[in-house]
Write a protein that binds this ligand. Structure first.
Ligand code: PLP
Length: 441
């Protein structure tokens, strides 16, 4: 392996990474256990991001490792079209039990991006099947992240993910304003009080395109990848109300929020607002094997179940939908969450995390600190003429000087502590960050 290190380093085109910068100081992991990664230089680093929002109960969790090892030797792959496998069937039962009441059906995917595009296709098809032929418009939100496939970037609202494709994005997509506002909400703890009225922008979109034109609204309940933007008190309730009044389906993208990240099984249950469709991935298998799922109500599923009985009802699916090894990892993860009380542990850690992250409120480089559940962001003032530079430097210094993995999205430093973190480690994370911020210009 080491013979090919330099060659491979140059050969690998890294995702969502400043490749040229990275290759000058590669941060390479070779192992993981619990809350730590092992690095190529023989050291270890503390993971303050739970993988990539994925690994809430820690890396190489013994129960999940064992389930995967056994399953891969028993049924490595099973054709996913026209044939089912026992693991996917059992996971469908357990996942719909774990989901909020009414989400009785699930469609398996392999990632959050695939879940997003699957859900978007479902809502468009649903209205066509209902005879509501004009409901072809989709509504997302500025700064929304729904993965990187064409549906997801069209409905998503992150300019850098969209700009080069603007001529080819999905048509008939509109965006609500985002609800992040430093003037009103900076340094909020939990849900900010200002901003519920921003949901009313949906009424303007409805007025502009017609009463029966909108198929669905898709939002992350607590947006993550854009830099953690907790929803204002009352905002999601208002969005739900308007959708219901106008026959619009509401999709919650819970790829990050689900599985304990916001202190409940799902963001919908924590926030007390029920959508019509929920998309998931990441924590479904604790990150061990790629897998996603789209959860829907009976009403949506039954709408598809029409036409001749021998015909495929939804012309959609992936070779690896319901992959037996991924499903085994999903089953073991759900069991571990229940056995270890992980969701309750996460909820109990919230005050610790909130207190720790807000110790950075007074730092001169910091323009905002925000948190919800076990999601948090420390936003740095951008350097003049070098937006993102300070954030990347902080990320690298955390890794090399403090042996700490954090994520930066431009100048927003993001944190996702493990659901079963030790409180001391959470405090130490922000003490380390303070040292790093003190050392950079
Ligand atoms: C809300 C949301 N949706 C979709 C995705 C895309 O997931 P994936 O990278 O597994 O395709 C992500 C990834 O972070 C996400 O946060």
């Amino acid at each position: 392996m080491s013979d090919h290190f330099e060659q491979g380093m140059q050969a690998q085109w890294m995702p969502f990474t400043a490749n040229r910068d990275f290759k000058q100081s590669p941060r390479v992991l070779v192992g993981a256990q619990g809350h730590y990664y092992q690095t190529r230089d023989g050291g270890q680093v503390y993971d303050a991001f739970s993988g990539l929002w994925t690994s809430g109960i820690g890396h190489c969790h013994p129960k999940i490792v064992e389930a995967v090892q056994q399953q891969v030797a028993k049924l490595d792959y099973a054709m996913s079209f026209q044939i089912a496998n026992d693991q996917a069937i059992e996971l469908a039962a357990k996942l719909t039990d774990f989901a909020p009441i009414g989400f009785n059906k699930c469609f398996f995917t392999n990632s959050g991006s695939e879940s997003a595009d699957t859900a978007l296709k479902m809502v468009l098809a649903y209205h066509q099947l209902k005879g509501d032929k004009n409901r072809v418009h989709l509504v997302g939100r500025q700064r929304g992240y729904h993965g990187v496939n064409f549906g997801g970037i069209s409905v998503g609202g992150i300019p850098a993910n969209r700009d080069l494709y603007s001529a080819n994005l999905l048509p008939n997509v509109h965006h609500l304003p985002h609800h992040h506002d430093l003037e009103h909400n900076a340094f909020s703890k939990g849900a900010p009080v200002w901003g519920a009225h921003l949901a009313d922008a949906l009424l303007d979109i409805i007025a502009e395109h017609g009463k029966q034109a909108i198929a669905a609204v898709m939002v992350e309940p607590v947006p993550g990848s854009t830099g953690i933007l907790p929803p204002p008190v009352g905002y999601l309730e208002r969005l739900r109300e308007i959708c219901t009044q106008h026959g619009i389906l509401l999709i919650f993208d819970e790829v990050i929020n689900a599985f304990g990240r916001v202190g409940d099984n799902f963001g919908a249950s924590r926030l007390g607002v029920m959508p019509d469709i929920i998309t998931t991935a990441k924590g479904l298998t604790n990150g061990v094997i790629p897998m996603g799922a789209v959860l829907v109500t009976d009403e949506i599923y039954n709408t598809f179940m029409q036409g001749p009985g021998h015909m495929v009802e939804f012309f959609h699916g992936y070779t690896y939908s319901g992959h037996p090894v991924a499903a085994a990892a999903g089953l073991a993860s759900l069991e571990a969450y229940a056995e270890e009380g992980s969701i309750e542990q996460a909820r109990a850690l919230e005050p610790v995390f909130e207190e720790a992250i807000h110790t950075l409120d007074d730092h001169p480089l910091v323009i905002d600190v925000r948190n919800f559940g076990l999601m948090g962001a420390v936003e740095l003032a951008p350097r003049e003429g070098e937006a993102g530079g300070r954030g990347l430097e902080a990320h690298k210094k955390c890794f090399w000087d403090e042996r700490l993995v954090i994520r930066n999205g431009m100048d927003i430093l993001q944190f996702a502590p493990f659901l079963n973190s030790r409180p001391d480690d959470i405090h130490r994370t922000f003490e380390s960050l303070r040292k790093v911020l003190d050392s950079i210009a």
